[in-house]
Design a binder for this molecule. Sequence first.
Ligand code: 5RP
Length: 233
Amino acid sequence: MKERNPASGNTGKKAAGEAAACLVEDGSVIGLGTGSTTAYAIREIGRKVAEGLDVLAVVTSYQSEMLAIEAGITLTTLAEHPDLDITIDGADQIDAEMNLIKGGGAAHTREKVVAYSSNEFVVVVDDSKMTDKLDHFVPIEVLPYAKELVMRYVQELGGEPQLRFATRKDGPVITDNGNFIIDASFGVIDNAEALSIALSMCPGVIGHGIFTDVADIVFIGYEDGSVKRLDIP
Ligand code: 5RP
């Protein structure tokens, strides 16, 4: 099963998350993504807050809300602060053109909203997430009422849809927004933008995990603790 426990220790994720936290400036309003790599950034920002850093944060999930509160970071909302200075978030896969697949934690709909609300979108990953071409399944958040329609639509696009089931709860995963997740495998994705647009057009799709043309900076962490920073033009 996929590792999602920030406390279990992962040098590459930790290195990337903590490096990104250094970009957060005093007085800024920040977006906080979801996942184990972002969790390292949240904890590091919390340490800086304890030393006097003044920030407000918009979270993207119950997970990031709980972590941010635990870290002592003051929360705000997009209603109060619609323009964010910087957002830090993880990814499940990144291709050579810096297209992302997100949604392993089923938080991608809010993560995309926050990414698009942010002046700078910083992605934190370990090196296992980097690939030449995307081939990870695409998480799609769907209105439960539209599950069958979206499944059929994915098949018509050449994908294999699978409803995501919960662990330690019977039945499907229910997102923080009260919806289902369909994980759709498309094999190698040659045109991420075209697939992104096609998926967005299906009624009942709330949000999908393909993020194109949104990353500004990517921090890649390695098992030896080193970090590579990529600035995307
Ligand atoms: C949550 C996400 C995560 O950022 C993505 O799944 C990466 O998670 P992790 O840092 O735990 O590998 O998109 O919806």
